[in-house]
Write a protein that binds this ligand. Structure first.
Ligand SMILES: C[S@@+](CC[C@H](N)C(=O)[O-])C[C@H]1O[C@@H](n2cnc3c(N)ncnc32)[C@H](O)[C@@H]1O
Length: 253
């Protein structure tokens, strides 16, 4: 599949170019999420720290990030656990940045969900924040991840409904929940919709604080994008939660 024809490919190339060079965006991420991982979503440091207990601290530990962007989140997890880090993303720009920045015990590949392959039983943890929706066949992709996991491995996924995929009834009716069930993966799931609404407000406030810096850098269009992304913060929670939901899935092989 030609990557240029995939959803948002060109937008992500531009996004990761901006994320690498914009001090305003780096400050915005820090203020919004508690750490700058060049987030394009809602992965704040609280959510990322929830992964830590699932990463073994002894042995030959390998973790994979699906949709790793420029690898900063993996860099943080490596610093905290010493794990060997693997990441893939379809963005050439993001992977070039990741390779330049993280050179020790790290393996970054440009790859497309559903096309890239890893050997069976490779990873202790597979992480995917705000990326599972880009798979054309969620069940097949979850099946692939299951094969990639070591026998007692864990899939940790941040998953949002209401934007790229429609809102369903609850955390047990999402496309991801169905894919986990189809693949006989036991899972627990945390509903973090309320925290996400608060995070939306924090994101909006942080963007506004750094507005002049975005403009001075010539990055006004990214400030505008953040305003559009956080429009829901202007609505009451009751309206937001009818349209949007966010969950963390923790699934066992
Ligand atoms: C919403 S962003 C999330 C990025 C990061 N995980 C985070 O939490 O901020 C989605 C990521 O998936 C990548 N992506 C989108 N479609 C993809 C595909 N079909 N194959 C591989 N990567 C893809 C994008 O380049 C981007 O880095």
């Amino acid at each position: 599949m030609e990557k240029e024809k995939l959803l948002f490919y060109n937008e992500y190339e531009e996004f990761y170019e901006m994320a690498e060079t914009s001090i305003a965006f780096q400050r915005f991420c820090f203020d919004s999420f508690g750490q700058d991982f060049s987030q394009d979503g809602f992965s704040d440091i609280e959510q990322i720290d929830m992964i830590l207990p699932y990463i073994p601290t002894v042995g030959d530990v390998h973790i994979l990030d699906v949709g790793c962007g420029n690898g900063k989140m993996l860099g943080y997890l490596q610093k905290r656990t010493g794990a060997f880090i693997h990441g893939f993303d379809y963005s050439q720009k993001a992977i070039t940045n990741a390779r330049a920045q993280f050179t020790r015990n790290a393996d970054f590949n440009q790859g497309i969900i559903g096309e890239i392959e890893y050997p069976n039983n490779s990873f202790d943890v597979v992480v995917s924040m705000d990326t599972m929706y880009f798979s054309k066949d969620m069940s097949a992709f979850v099946g692939q991840i299951k094969r990639w996991l070591k026998p007692d491995g864990t899939l940790f996924a941040g998953y949002q409904e209401g934007e790229l995929v429609p809102r369903t009834i609850d955390e047990y009716t999402t496309e991801l929940a169905n894919a986990l069930k189809n693949n006989r993966m036991n899972f627990e799931v945390k509903n973090i919709t309320e925290q996400t609404y608060e995070l939306l407000k924090t994101k909006r406030d942080a963007a506004i604080i750094h507005k002049a810096e975005f403009e001075n850098e010539g990055h006004k269009q990214w400030f505008d994008m953040l305003m559009v992304q956080t429009e829901w913060a202007e609505e009451p929670y009751q309206v937001f939660e009818k349209a949007m939901a966010r969950y963390i899935y923790i699934a066992r092989k």
